[in-house]
Design a binder for this molecule. Sequence first.
Ligand code: PMT
Length: 404
Amino acid sequence: MNIAMGVSGGIAAYKAAELARLLMENGHTVEVVLTHAAQEFIRPLTFAALTGRKVITDLFATGGGDEVLSSAIEHIRVAQDNELLLVAPATADLLAKFAHGLANDFLSTLYLAFRGPVVLAPAMNSNMWQHDATRANLATLASRGHTIVEPGVGHLACGMVGAGRLAEPAQIAAVVQALAHPRRDLDGEVVLITAGPTQEPLDPVRFLSNRSSGKMGYALAEAARARGARVILVSGPVELARLVDVETVSVRTAREMRDAVMARVPEATIIIKAAAVADFHLELVPQQKIKKTPARFSLELSPTPDILAEVGAVRGDRLLIGFAAETQDLVREARRKLETKKCDMVVGNLVGGEGLGFESDENEVVLVTRRGDAIPVARASKRAIADRILDESLKLRLALHGVA
Ligand code: PMT
């Protein structure tokens, strides 16, 4: 595929070089456009050497005669020659320009002239990322059908820790790959997914919860949607942007999640339970804040409904995939949950290590199936793991029920 790759001016511009290399490695041709600000962070020569092509740095050529004439329509030529427009990193300024149709440099004029799919990978300070103006611009761009590769959470160049770090080049390349070769193997399926933590109130200001960010469940929702499924996402409280074309039901407690899931089971053909549901809750939540006392203090907690087990009891011939977050005996525990909760597959997720499982952008899992397999899936982005879970689920259904 011919890709026009815009790079705008943020500290993450250096990662765009790795991204260009990955895209080339995946067999694409890449024509790079650098904004003026991007050139403060990275030199055109880097991209010229990687792509073997001239890098576009200005709307108008500085020479004279024919060169100036042709440069005046160069953005139209680039728009026509390329099949996908990718911008990484996309700064807050760039998103604002695209959202409002400004056309005062090469990249923004190219955007208006371009008619194909657009992928934007934002990167910025987390306050800028959360600002209402940026949220509104993103909503406008998403409503045009553009693909937004969400930034990750982590240490930012400004010294803050939060959302705004450019997604990893491998993740952006995987999104481009999926658009270049769309798989529609979930056409006609209705995939019900749970994601995120639950919060169990202890009083009006405190609650019991866990570290789930929702990233694994949202990655599954994104992957299933991209492969043609209608997706219903029952989500606990998370800080992720709502997914376009995914019906999201927001819940807070395990009971609310149970009710939302059980109401939607009848229409689902595949159910995936990636949420980290609290196992205990306080049955009678006091109306007033619990007062501090010098004495020891204990609360009696009751078990929450086991949603996966309840779904397992009524699942019929739906494909049912559970998760098992464990700190030890991963395969044994996953197998036990597979049997007791009547699942077809349990995704064993070793948690507690650095950079994997809860909160991280990457994961490493073992897929334990009803056929007796334990398939290890090596460390990869949660989006890539999500696709692998879907691949293996479909293969399993074919093997168990003869349904493709
Ligand atoms: O959200 P992220 O930050 O991306 O992290 C991803 C993850 C680690 C949360 C995810 O990959 C994961 O492992 N999810 C399952 C977490 C969990 O609660 O595991 P569990 O072993 O306690 O539960 C087993 C299964 O039963 C899960 O499918 C869970 O959704 C389900 N369950 C658990 C308790 C309960 N009351 N009802 C349930 O349905």
